[in-house]
Design a protein around this ligand. Structure first.
Ligand code: AMP
Ligand code: ZN
Ligand code: FE
Ligand code: FE
Length: 274
C-alpha cells in the first residue's frame, strides 16, 4: 500500500528540516509521497524535487496560504500548483513582506505586556524563510522569556492570546482563486480550528475543492463527521501530519497520511483545472 503525507513544512517556512533533509526523512518513514506546503512560500519545492529525483519518493508541489475571515486566520492548502506561476510568486512576495510587518506588531504587543524581545532575534532565526509565530516562539525561548515554545503560544501568541495579531491580506475566496489560477487545488486545512461548519459550506460555494479530513488533532468522530461533510458538499478528502520537524516534536512525519488513490484524485482535479 502506498501512502502520502500531504501536509509538511520545511525551514523555508517554520519547519526545521531543510528541503533536502525532509526528502531523506520521508524516504526513511516509508512514504511514497509528501506534499510540501510551507506557509506563503514555494521556495522549498525546486530543491526538494531535485533532491528526490534519484529516489522513488514523489514530491507533491503545494502551499499553505493564510487567509483572514471575520477575525480569524484560515489556512488554505493548495496542491499540484505550478510553483513558477508569475502571478502567484508576485503575490507571495507581498504576503511575506506583510508577515515581517506583522512580527514587528506582535513584538510591540509583547512589549506592552512587559516582554522585551528584539525583533532581530526573530528575523535571525527565520533567515530567508517565511517568518511567523513559530519563529517568534523560538526567539522567546532562546531569550529565556518562556520555558517552551508551547508556553509562548499559550501565554502570548496563540490565536486567543494577548499579543496575537491578525492582519493577513488575502480573503479565503482570493486564496482559492490564486491557487486555481496557478493550476492547483484549494483545500481547507485542519477544519477543527474554525469551529464553524457553516463556513465550510460557504467556502465550498466560493471555490473550495477539498477538505483536510485526516489530521493528528482530529478524533475518529471528527474524521467521520468531516468525511460525511465532504461527501455532502462534493469535496475531495485529504490528510497529513503538519510536520514541522523539531519545532513540533510530538508530530512525526506520516503521523497522518492518505492512500495513494486520494493523491491521484487531487492530481486529476488539478488537471481539469488547467
Ligand atoms: P502564523 O502563520 O505566523 O500565524 O503561524 C502559524 C503557525 O504557528 C502554525 O502553522 C503552527 O506552526 C504554529 N502554531 C500556531 N498555534 C500554535 C500552538 N497553539 N502551539 C504550537 N504551534 C502553534
Ligand atoms: Zn507552521
Ligand atoms: Fe495550518
Ligand atoms: Fe501547516
Amino acid at each position: 500500500m502506498k501512502y502520502a503525507d500531504l501536509h509538511v513544512h520545511t525551514n523555508e517556512s517554520d519547519g526545521t528540516s531543510s528541503p533536502e533533509k525532509l526528502v531523506q526523512q520521508a524516504i526513511r518513514a516509508g512514504l511514497s509521497g509528501v506534499a510540501i506546503v510551507d506557509h506563503d512560500t514555494v521556495n522549498a519545492l525546486p530543491r526538494a524535487i531535485s533532491a528526490a529525483q534519484s529516489s522513488s519518493l514523489t514530491i507533491i508541489p503545494g502551499i499553505e496560504l493564510t487567509a483572514q475571515y471575520e477575525n480569524q486566520e484560515i489556512h488554505i492548502l493548495g496542491y499540484f500548483i505550478d510553483y513558477l506561476n508569475a502571478q502567484l510568486l508576485e503575490k507571495l512576495i507581498l504576503v511575506r513582506q506583510n508577515r515581517v510587518e506583522r512580527v514587528k506588531k506582535i513584538v510591540f504587543h509583547l512589549k506592552e505586556l512587559g516582554v522585551n524581545l528584539d525583533p532581530q532575534v526573530v528575523f535571525d532565526i527565520a533567515g530567508n524563510a517565511s517568518v511567523g509565530r513559530m519563529h517568534l516562539a523560538r526567539a522567546l525561548l532562546k531569550e529565556g522569556l518562556v520555558s517552551s515554545t508551547s508556553e509562548a503560544f499559550q501565554k502570548y501568541i496563540g490565536d486567543k492570546s494577548p499579543a496575537y495579531v491578525l492582519g493577513f491580506k488575502l480573503t479565503p475566496r482570493e486564496a482559492f482563486q490564486l491557487i486555481k489560477d496557478a493550476g492547483g487545488v484549494p483545500v481547507l486545512a485542519h477544519p477543527y480550528i474554525i469551529r464553524n461548519d457553516n463556513l465550510i459550506t460557504q467556502f465550498a460555494k466560493e471555490g473550495l475543492i477539498g477538505l483536510e479530513v485526516y489530521y493528528p488533532e482530529h478524533s475518529q468522530s471528527m474524521i467521520n463527521f468531516y468525511l460525511g461533510l465532504a461527501k455532502e458538499l462534493g469535496l475531495l478528502v485529504t490528510g497529513g501530519s503538519d510536520f514541522h520537524g523539531s519545532a513540533k516534536p510530538d508530530v512525526s512525519l506520516g503521523k497522518a497520511k492518505v492512500p495513494w488513490e486520494l493523491v491521484q484524485k487531487l492530481q486529476a482535479a488539478s488537471r481539469s483545472n488547467r
